[in-house]
Ligand binder design. Structure first.
Ligand code: ARG
Length: 466
């Protein structure tokens, strides 16, 4: 980037020039909105083509603009383009360069357009691509989770409520819960995309334009699904970016929860999983440490993305119609959300492929907390005892087992029968972890057959993506 103000003001004295520079630096956005450059060019090309089709631009001017913008795009891609702070933003930098290259035709490009509808168009084009990337990345992460789940349909772990052992579940079932969350995230992004994918151009500064622009044609050239129907709304609202950040914050929140679990499971107290060395770091002082840095950072970065969502909501809430410069502040939170989400999804996908499960530790933990107590109660209900009474009987049996320092399944038939005469020889099959899991044979339940069906259905779903 070149120096902000190469031409000092003559009246500046010792005071005004630095202030003017500071104002320019404060108000310029080119340091960050240059990321929109290729989308800006794409939007300009469509606008120019339409202008030439309706006779507002001559054929020669259009050819010059098309060629000039093509060359500028190359300069940008090859990082040869010199950005100038005194040209404020990405739009003016490109337009100025175009005029430098092709002369007056460059100055005609902005006919019937304002930077207000231009920037709104750029962000939408950019975000549409970002949404498509995020959705692909979500699918890759889900695929990695399904691969891990497939190996662990029969792996028993304690399911928790209140972080207390509750009932045995399959580790695959647990993973599939996250696959479901990510499916909703995937759909949410598709839904958000429909509202992102509308054309602001034609709104001009705020009121529309007196040129007979063919907005539908520009929308078609840019593959937008429709037009923004009100010019004031088109240039001023950023709800589509807010929606995206909300969807991104939810993805991050889901991954933050899984990260929290991975962190717990990796602690020697649990020892349920091991995450590959590539995703952990050591301590500079304690040689024995292996810290789950990646999950911890995902948990941490979730706060950052949620912060961006709140920043955009706050940015919007006090603005009168239509465009205000406040909106320039939409970009950094949005870009950082896109980057953080993308980096997180990529690492998470790799990490899922590098998780080793300690099935023995999971199983031992599942055996510790009377995880099959509900199964005993359900057994009694099936033998004709009302559920509330069964609950009471089991509570007494659990207390007894606790005093003995053993699990319910370790109590002999005679002892179990002392709590209820309805208990018979078939009880022990019910009290095993496998028996308990297999009995949850209901849609959405943890029975292995159901999980296999759920995995197959998800794979099917993912194969016929839109
Ligand atoms: N850099 C500006 C932004 O990001 C572009 C629009 C400027 N419009 C204006 N009237 N100053 O919002």
């Amino acid at each position: 980037m070149t120096h902000p103000n190469p031409v000092p003001k003559t009246w500046s004295g010792r005071f005004s020039v630095p202030v003017a520079d500071a104002v320019m630096e404060y108000t310029a956005s080119v340091s960050f909105d240059q990321r929109l450059a290729l989308h800006d060019i794409r939007g300009s090309l469509a606008h120019a083509r339409m202008l030439s089709e309706i006779g507002i631009l001559s054929a020669e001017d259009f050819v010059a603009i098309e060629q000039g913008l093509g060359e500028i795009a190359d300069e940008i891609r090859q990082e040869r383009f010199v950005w100038h702070l005194h040209d404020e933003d990405v739009h003016l930098n490109i337009e100025k360069r175009l005029t430098e290259r092709i002369g007056d035709a460059g100055k005609r490009l902005h006919t019937g357009r304002s930077r207000n509808d231009q920037v709104a168009t750029d962000i939408r084009l950019y975000l549409r691509d970002a949404i498509d990337d995020s959705r692909r990345q979500l699918r890759a992460l889900q695929a990695a989770m399904l691969t891990l789940a497939e190996k662990h349909v029969e792996t028993v772990m304690p399911g928790f409520t209140h972080l207390q052992v509750a009932q045995p579940v399959s580790f695959a079932h647990h993973l599939m819960a996250y696959v479901e969350m990510l499916s909703r995230d995937y759909q949410r992004l598709a839904d958000c995309r429909r509202r992102v994918n509308r054309l602001p151009l034609g709104a001009a500064a705020l009121a529309g334009t007196s040129y007979p622009l063919k907005r539908e044609r520009v929308a078609q050239l840019l593959a937008f699904e429709g037009l923004c129907d009100n010019s004031l709304d088109a240039v001023s609202d950023r709800d589509f970016a807010i929606e995206f950040c909300a969807a991104a914050a939810l993805v991050m929140t889901h991954l933050s929860r899984l990260s929290e679990e991975l962190i717990l499971w990796m602690s020697p107290r649990f020892n349920f999983v091991r995450i590959g060395d590539a995703f952990c770091t050591g301590s500079s002082i304690m040689p024995q440490k292996r810290n789950p840095d990646v999950p911890e950072l995902v948990r941490g970065k979730t706060g950052r993305v949620t912060g961006h969502l709140v920043a955009l909501l706050t940015l919007m809430k006090g603005q009168p119609l239509a465009y205000n410069k406040d909106n320039q502040e939409d970009k950094e939170p949005l870009f950082d959300t896109v980057d953080t989400l993308s980096r997180t999804l990529r690492l998470y996908t790799d990490m899922m492929g590098d998780i080793t499960v300690n099935a023995d530790a999971m199983r031992r933990a599942a055996l510790e907390g009377f995880a099959t107590a509900t199964d005993l109660a359900d057994y009694l209900v099936k033998k004709g005892i009302p559920f509330r009474d069964a609950h009471e009987i089991v509570a007494r049996a659990v207390r007894h087992a606790e005093e003995q320092g053993c699990d319910l399944a370790d109590l002999s038939l005679e002892v179990l029968q002392s709590f209820s005469s309805r208990i018979e020889g078939d009880i022990h099959a019910v009290l095993t972890l496998e028996g308990s899991m297999a009995s949850r044979d209901i849609p959405g339940g943890t029975a292995p057959a159901r999980i296999r069906a759920a995995i197959a259905a998800k794979r099917q779903d993912m194969a016929c993506d839109d």
